[in-house]
Design a protein around this ligand. Structure first.
Ligand SMILES: [Zn+2]
Ligand SMILES: [Zn+2]
Length: 227
């Protein structure tokens, strides 16, 4: 076995746990493992970023924007964003190296169970879509891959209408852009949206409000990285 990231040969210690559960064996070397920084300790109750007080400034602004009725109840993220993570994401998403996603399988499932399955009984996982053109080029959608690692029902009900570059816009413009998604089927259970990264939270809120307008009682988000 080789490290999924640096190709260094892995020394696999077979013990009672992984003898019967080969999937629990690490697929990344100890050196690389150190670069994946998990979010732990105090976080903003709403967006899951490391934060000393209750709610961060961005989330307070979202509350104001939605007049206290934010369609997204909460986001939980697994990892911090750093230079290493940036490189991993580039290789995975933009260069289409599908197998890289396997790095996250076990940890992504574990935190989901801990954060959401203990809290919500019947939950449907909805991945955030990418445009058809982008998915074709890349061969896969990273959000679908992440969703497939989870133990809950996955429903791919959102469709990307068009793709607009968000990066050149001002904050207010980003907050008020038209909803880029359409929905193929309403969901009347609690939904956890899944995506690779939470940046401004705009995309997730578009998805959340669409689901809620179609009868979904509550929407949460689970993302790999909080940037
Ligand atoms: Zn390595
Ligand atoms: Zn926050």
């Amino acid at each position: 076995m080789y490290c999924l990231w640096c190709d260094e040969e892995l020394i696999v210690h077979v013990n009672w746990l992984n003898l019967f559960q080969p999937e629990s064996r690490m697929n990344v070397c100890d050196q690389c493992k150190k670069n994946f920084i998990k979010i732990e300790g105090k976080v903003c109750v709403k967006c899951g970023r490391p934060f000393e007080r209750l709610k961060c400034h961005d989330c307070i602004r979202w509350d104001e924007f939605y007049d206290g009725d934010d369609p997204l109840l909460k986001n939980v993220s697994l990892y911090m964003y750093n230079e290493f993570m940036k490189e991993v994401i580039t290789r995975w998403k933009y260069r289409g190296d599908y197998i890289i996603g396997e790095l996250f399988r076990l940890a992504f499932l574990a935190k989901f169970k801990e954060q959401y399955l203990s809290l919500l009984k019947d939950v449907v996982v909805v991945p955030i879509p990418v445009s058809r053109a982008r998915a074709m080029k890349r061969g896969f959608n990273q959000a679908n891959m992440l969703a497939s690692f989870l133990s809950s029902t996955v429903k791919d009900v959102l469709v990307q209408k068009h793709l607009e570059k968000q990066s050149k816009k001002t904050r207010i413009e980003r907050m008020t852009t038209i909803n880029p998604f359409s929905i193929t089927e309403p969901i009347n259970k609690s939904v956890v949206l899944v995506d690779d990264i939470y940046t401004t939270g705009r995309t997730l809120r578009h998805a959340a409000s669409l689901l809620k307008n179609n009868g979904c009682p509550e929407v949460y988000a689970y993302t790999l990285i909080r940037s």
